[in-house]
Design a binder for this molecule. Structure first.
Ligand code: FES
Ligand code: FES
Length: 217
């Protein structure tokens, strides 16, 4: 009987010891995991900054930027060119269109650091209130807007479209790829189809662009 009691005691002692060891192991494991995830989190959150030189509207800028900054945010938040608008931030509306090295792009879809050394033109760089670009003047003349939110993107896009046509860049509706495309209403509509206007000012926008192009909408 005594032997049996001793055996029970020693079994209990072994079980207690095992439980204590397991708890210690678990808690030290959790602690290690916690400190690893805290370390990872701080590693993930640390912004990576890099030097950027970029010309915007004729002025060379040197900045230190977070590598995750889009060109759109660089223009609006860092350089205060707020004429360029953020609509969808997903490349779907065209409100953020600017001209980079002579070509129109959606500035929300490119990182600022990808434009190292580039030359960017925003709506502010096209003309001034006292000296409007012909496309800006045509939009005013033909009422090519209502709320105006899409307008800077529409105008930058329209300026670049006429340049594309001048350089023979065809669009999806160009019937004959062997001849130089012309600024027909269909060609202009297709080329401007990436610029959405929620106010539906399309007919006046088309008239304005056609006038600058020297064609009829
Ligand atoms: Fe860039 Fe809409 S904000 S396409
Ligand atoms: Fe309002 Fe185009 S004028 S979205």
């Amino acid at each position: 009987m005594e032997d049996f009691v001793d055996l029970k005691r020693s079994r209990r002692a072994v079980l207690k010891l095992s439980a204590a060891s397991a708890t210690t192991l678990l808690s030290s494991g959790a602690g290690a995991q916690e400190s690893t995830s805290a370390r990872n989190e701080s590693e993930v959150r640390a912004p990576v900054l890099t030097g950027l030189s970029i010309e915007v509207n004729g002025k060379l800028e040197h900045l230190e930027v977070d590598t995750r900054t889009t060109l759109l945010d660089l223009l609006r938040e860092h350089l205060e060119f707020t004429g360029t608008k953020k609509g969808c931030d997903h490349g779907q509306c065209g409100a953020c269109t600017v001209i980079v090295n002579g070509r129109r792009i959606n500035s929300c879809l490119t990182l600022a650091v990808m434009q190292q050394g580039a030359s960017v033109t925003t709506i502010e760089g096209l003309g001034t209130p006292a000296n409007l670009h012909p496309m800006q003047a045509a939009f005013v003349k033909h009422d090519g807007y209502q709320c105006g939110y899409c307008t800077p993107g529409q105008i930058c896009s329209a300026v670049a479209v006429l340049d594309e046509i001048k350089h023979g860049v065809p669009s999806h509706v160009t019937a004959d790829l062997t001849v130089h495309p012309r600024a027909t209403p269909a060609e202009l509509r297709e080329s401007m189809s990436g610029n959405i206007c929620r106010c539906g000012a399309y007919s006046n926008i088309a008239v304005a662009i056609a006038e600058v192009a020297g064609s009829r909408a």
